[in-house]
Write a protein that binds this ligand. Structure first.
Ligand SMILES: Nc1ncnc2c1ncn2[C@@H]1O[C@H](COP(=O)(O)OP(=O)(O)O)[C@@H](O)[C@H]1O
Ligand SMILES: [Mg+2]
Length: 276
């Protein structure tokens, strides 16, 4: 086989396995004070079984990007497909294959974990018996079995996050979007959540796109990092590739690397510099 043919085949395979594929994604908000270019140009590719971290300081455009990719917000520029479904022409298809956990969980505090999960399954049109069965299954997978009859108001931060994720997984999405999944969690719950995300990738081949402003989290969890700064992609690569390209050596801290990429020393105001 000629090398051109091989190249074509590999491009084709790459396109086939890209579960998230976005090009030139942009969103400008019209405000009284004038237009705000929240996202100016984001190119993003995520394959099945890959965990990609969108890393960037507060206001970089991470949440806006996720809200566009999950059809909650219409882009003002660019295009994207999720598992082959076009954002612009097939938003229902995109929602069928995507799970989304927003930056702050939105569960009703008065009802129980079980009711919350069954209701979510019913929203995805599962028949009652199937919804109950899926609830048991999700609770087992996310270590919520002992909490099924607890009111959601009584959950700890980590338990609540697991419930948020369980709800986003009800319809077995191919892609899971998590917006700052570990913000506000204690170290133990954070580690538990990292394990959970890895398990989803390894056992179900779920593609995970998560945002974080914790450099250590991005380093520990993501197969690949996409650094977003002021609405554009400033760098894209594995944590070690980014270190080599921007930090100068494989031993560079991700903090140094981040500084080199964004020209700023600290990711967000509240993140302590962490050597990795
Ligand atoms: N609905 C909106 N109207 C006006 N500006 C917005 C709106 N949503 C976000 N922005 C602005 O867009 C920029 C990016 O926000 P966001 O995507 O939330 O960043 P991040 O999640 O990276 O912290 C910020 O400057 C923010 O103030
Ligand atoms: Mg955000």
């Amino acid at each position: 086989m000629g090398s051109l043919q091989k190249f074509r085949d590999s491009v084709f395979l790459y396109a086939m396995t890209a579960v998230i594929s976005a090009a030139g994604l942009a969103r400008t908000f019209q405000t009284k004070a004038g237009p705000v270019e929240a996202v100016r140009c984001v190119d993003l590719t995520v394959r099945a079984g890959e965990i990609v971290g969108l890393l960037g300081p507060n206001g970089a455009g991470k949440t806006t990007t996720l809200r566009m990719l999950t059809t909650l917000l219409e882009p003002t520029g660019g295009a994207a497909t999720i598992a082959g479904h076009d954002l612009a022409t097939d938003p229902a298809g995109v929602r069928r294959v995507s799970g989304y956990v927003a930056q702050s969980g939105g569960v009703d505090p008065q009802i129980t974990v079980r009711e919350e999960l069954v209701t979510q399954a019913r929203m995805y049109r599962l028949p009652k018996a199937e919804a109950v069965r899926r609830t048991t299954e999700l609770a087992r997978e996310l270590d919520l079995t002992g909490l099924l009859d607890r009111r959601t108001a009584a959950l700890s931060g980590g338990q609540r996050r697991r419930l948020d994720i369980a709800m986003a997984l009800t319809h077995r999405p191919k892609v899971l979007f998590l917006d700052e999944p570990t913000t506000g969690l204690d170290p133990g719950s954070r580690a538990g959540l990292w394990d959970l995300v890895r398990e989803l990738r390894d056992r179900h081949g779920t593609a995970v796109c998560l945002t974080t402003h914790h450099l250590d989290e991005a380093d520990a969890l993501a197969d690949r990092l996409v650094v977003v700064d002021r609405g554009v992609v400033a760098a894209d690569g594995t944590p070690s590739a980014l270190r080599l390209a921007h930090g100068g050596s494989i031993d560079a801290t991700l903090q140094d690397t981040f500084l080199a990429i964004t020209g700023r020393g600290r990711a967000p105001a509240d993140a302590a510099p962490i050597a990795v």
